[in-house]
Design a protein around this ligand. Structure first.
Ligand code: SF4
Length: 356
C-alpha cells in the first residue's frame, strides 16, 4: 500500500526509524514543498496513484483538536475531531480529499501527536466530556499497523486518567483491527468505539477503491464485539436512487440481525452530498460513478448539493422504519442534515443521547 517514505528535514524522532522498519522502506529526507513540486508535474491520475502510496512524516504546527466544522444550517452533533494524519491510501469516488490533490497530495502523519495532550487537558478543564474521533481527513485504521495511532490514543487516555471523560471513535472502511485489539487488551477501561462506514457491496466494490469489502468489515465488527468493543455504523453516503432503497433496507436488516445491539453505540444516516468543486473531479476520474446518476440541488445555507427533499425524506423514513423494526429504540442520528428533516421524521435528539 505504502511504497515510499519521506520525512521533513526539520523533524527528529525515533518514530521515523520505527515506521520505516515496519514498512520495510528506507526513509528519505524531503520538504513538503519539494514533494508538492514533484507531484504537480504528474498527470492527474498519476498524482493520485503516487500520493496514495506515499507517506510523509512531519510536524503539525497548528492545533490538533477541533470541533467538527459541520455545515451551516445543519443539525450539529457536538463532535470533535483530531487530525494526526491527513490523506488516505483508499480511493473513494466521493472523497472530499480529492479537492486538495494539488496542495496535499500525499498521506501526512504528524509525529508531534503528544502536543495534543495539553489541548485535551485544557478542553476538559471547561467540559466534563469529550466525544472525539480521528478520521475526518483520513481513514482512522487503514495505516494503524504502521502508525499505531490507536495504541497512542488509548495509552494517552489511560495515562491521564481520562477514561471517564473521553469517548474516542476510530472511523474506518478497513478491517485493520489487530493493533486496536492489542491496545484494548492493555487499556480495557478506555471508552473506544469503532465506527464502520457501511454501504451496498456493489457500491463498495466499485466506488470505495481498495477498501475492505463488506464481508470483511462485518467480520471485523463481529470480532470487535466479541472483545467487548462497541461499534458505530455509518450508512454514509446513502445513494438515494429510488431502486436502491430496498437494497439499503436489506443491508440494514442483515447487519442488525447479525450484530449485537447492546454493543452498537450510535448509527448515522447520511445522504450523499457534495460541493460544487468536487463534481468535475468525479466526472473526470469516475465517469461511470453512481454519484453522477441522481439529480441534486444546491442548498442555500451551505451551498452543498443534495438530493431532492421529498426523496431524502422518503429514504430516511424508510430506513428508520426498517431499522426500528429489527432494533427498537436504535440510537440513530442524521449526519449533516437540515433541522426540518429531523422534525419531519419526528426524530428526537435524545434517541442518540451520547451525541447531543
Ligand atoms: S476512506 Fe475516507 S478519507 Fe479515505 S478515500 Fe475514502 S472517503 Fe476519502
Amino acid at each position: 500500500m505504502i511504497e515510499r517514505l519521506f520525512y521533513d528535514p526539520d523533524i527528529q524522532s525515533p518514530q521515523i526509524e520505527n515506521i520505516a522498519s515496519r514498512l520495510g522502506l528506507f526513509p528519505h529526507k524531503a520538504t513538503k514543498d519539494e514533494l508538492i513540486a514533484y507531484v504537480k508535474s504528474l498527470p492527474l491520475e498519476e498524482k493520485f496513484r503516487w500520493g496514495k502510496s506515499t507517506l510523509f512524516l512531519s510536524r503539525q504546527k497548528g492545533r490538533f483538536l477541533k470541533k467538527c466544522p459541520g455545515s451551516p444550517g445543519v443539525v450539529c452533533c457536538n463532535y470533535y475531531t483530531v487530525n494526526t494524519v491527513t490523506g488516505c491510501p483508499f480511493d473513494c469516488t466521493y472523497c472530499i480529499l480529492q479537492n486538495y490533490i494539488e496542495n496535499n497530495p500525499f498521506i501526512t502523519a504528524f509525529l508531534n501527536r503528544e502536543d495534543l495532550i495539553p489541548e485535551i487537558a485544557s478542553h476538559l478543564h471547561t467540559h466534563s466530556h469529550l466525544r472525539v474521533g480521528t478520521g475526518e481527513l483520513a481513514d482512522s485504521l487503514a495505516l494503524d499497523k504502521i502508525l499505531e495511532e490507536s495504541l497512542f490514543f488509548l495509552a494517552m487516555i489511560h495515562d491521564h486518567h481520562w477514561h471517564k471523560n473521553i469517548t474516542i471513535e476510530f472511523k474506518t472502511k478497513s478491517s485493520e483491527i489487530e493493533t486496536l485489539l492489542e491496545a484494548h487488551k492493555h487499556y480495557p477501561e478506555v471508552d473506544v468505539v469503532v465506527g464502520f462506514s457501511v454501504n451496498l457491496p456493489s457500491f463498495t466494490e466499485k466506488e470505495e477503491g481498495n477498501t475492505a469489502p463488506l464481508e470483511k468489515r462485518l467480520l471485523a465488527m463481529q470480532t470487535l464485539q466479541k472483545h467487548g468493543i462497541p461499534l458505530a455504523l455509518h450508512f454514509d453516503p446513502l445513494i438515494m436512487l429510488p431502486d436502491l432503497l430496498s437494497e439499503y433496507q436489506r443491508l440494514a436488516q442483515m447487519l442488525f440481525s447479525t450484530l449485537d445491539h447492546r454493543l452498537i453505540r450510535w448509527i448515522s444516516l447520511g445522504g450523499y452530498r457534495h460541493t460544487l468543486s468536487l463534481a468535475p473531479i468525479i466526472e473526470k476520474r469516475f465517469p461511470r460513478s453512481l454519484l453522477l446518476a441522481g439529480e441534486m440541488f444546491p442548498s442555500e445555507d451551505d451551498h452543498k448539493f443534495r438530493y431532492f427533499r421529498p426523496l431524502r425524506r422518503q429514504f430516511y423514513h424508510s430506513m428508520l422504519a426498517t431499522i426500528e423494526k429489527i432494533f427498537p429504540g436504535a440510537p440513530i442520528y442524521l449526519c449533516m442534515e437540515k433541522q426540518f428533516l429531523w422534525e419531519n421524521l419526528s426524530l428526537p435528539k435524545d434517541r442518540c443521547a451520547e451525541c447531543f
